[in-house]
Design a protein around this ligand. Structure first.
Ligand code: ATP
Length: 356
């Protein structure tokens, strides 16, 4: 396994940039995810790491080796794409063996490695099946086996679960994470599915419009977003615009445009200037941070919408004209109804300030 370092990478297509000024340091063995909306530059970055595109500016290193202009077949990478790109007329074993044959390994060595990898992806009995006789999930595992069998330094995965239905996606992501840990291979994963990114990654890079918006662990990205884009893109949130009313060393008091008064703790995501009395600031409150009953940052609202999901009860509550999305864990108690009055509060640490 190798580390991957991108230094000041920019890729231009004509005058437009695909990505700009990327600096990333991926550790050996890390599961690192590129996450962002369509067109933000995830695939462009992955293709540069694979060698299908060369950067317009900047350098790419695998450990200390500069690979910026190296051809893809010289990079020792394994890849799985959205469409798997398997050979449909060939068997599972022939597909898995492909990369080993290109590398001209002996027949015995190929058999040994194919058998071992097929077992690891739990397709023991399927060696002689044709690809078009397999389910989507099984095909996905063949694609993974074909990428892993060459024992790559780096594994690149571009939306590899997007062809699977929801249930299978969940099962397969657990399986993929298990295999990645077992093989210990440095893995770069591209997705626009935040749940997948959160569940699988050691660290996530959130991108927007060709730029990096934040790099961090799933907890950092979710609990301590650095800007409004990350706070809104990852998970659901109530984003409130407010004016700072009072600042002390440990607390900031604000008032929203609707007249809602809230107290929170200063965060690094808002600058000192934005934390000054009179300035405009944004507040992110996660739906699960609103608690039923009176307490700090107490509010009284009217229920506008009720949704029961089994695990949770999601109320939309109107407080002074601001519609708060809330998410309460279902503990079996009676549901409230539309039009009911509801008292909620928010712990100070969950009133999260973001810059303008
Ligand atoms: P998606 O999730 O839809 O695959 P993405 O985040 O992978 O999106 P990219 O495919 O990397 O996004 O594209 C980034 C930007 O670069 C987009 O604006 C896209 O239109 C542009 N782009 C990508 N490839 C090319 C190309 N070969 N020629 C011109 N522009 C391109």
């Amino acid at each position: 396994m190798k580390g991957v370092r991108l230094e000041n990478i920019t890729k231009k297509f004509g005058k437009a940039h695909g990505v700009a000024n990327l600096n990333i340091d991926i550790m050996p063995g890390e599961f690192f995810t590129f996450l962002g909306p369509s067109g933000c530059g995830k695939t462009t970055t992955l293709r540069m790491i694979a060698g299908f595109y060369f950067p317009t500016e900047g350098e790419i290193y695998f450990d200390d080796r500069n690979v910026s202009t190296l051809q893809p077949n010289k990079r020792e990478i394994g890849m799985v794409f959205q469409n798997y790109a398997l050979f449909p007329h060939m068997t599972v074993d022939e597909n898995i063996a492909f990369g080993l044959q290109v590398r001209k390994l002996s027949k015995e060595k190929i058999k040994e490695k194919v058998d071992r990898t097929r077992t690891m992806v739990r397709l023991e009995k399927y060696g002689s099946r044709k690809i078009n006789e397999l389910s989507g999930g099984q095909q996905q595992r063949v694609a993974l086996a074909r990428a892993l069998v060459i024992e790559p330094d780096i594994l690149l995965l571009d939306e590899p679960l997007s062809n699977l239905d929801a249930k299978l996606r969940e099962e397969t992501r657990v399986e993929m994470k298990r295999l990645q840990t077992e093989f210990g291979v440095t893995t770069i994963y591209v997705t626009h599915d935040q749940t997948e990114a959160m569940a699988m990654s050691d660290r996530i890079m959130v991108m927007d419009n060709g730029y990096v918006k934040q790099i961090g662990t799933p907890q950092e990205i979710y609990n301590r977003p650095e800007n409004r884009f990350v706070a809104s893109f990852i998970g659901d949130t109530n984003m409130i615009k407010a004016t700072v009313k009072n600042v002390t060393e440990s607390e900031v008091e604000v008032e929203s445009e609707e007249g809602i008064r809230l107290v929170g703790m200063p965060t690094n995501a808002a600058s000192n200037a934005e934390m000054k009395k009179g300035s405009t600031i944004y507040i992110s409150i996660r739906p699960e941070s609103l608690c039923i009953g009176a307490g700090t940052n107490g509010m009284i609202g009217t229920i506008k919408f009720v949704e029961f999901t089994g695990v949770s009860i999601n109320y939309v509550i109107d407080v002074n004209g601001f519609l708060f999305n809330t998410m309460m864990i279902n503990n079996g108690s009676e549901l409230l109804s539309i039009g009911d009055t509801m008292s909620v509060h928010v712990p100070i640490r969950n009133v999260y300030f973001l810059g303008e």
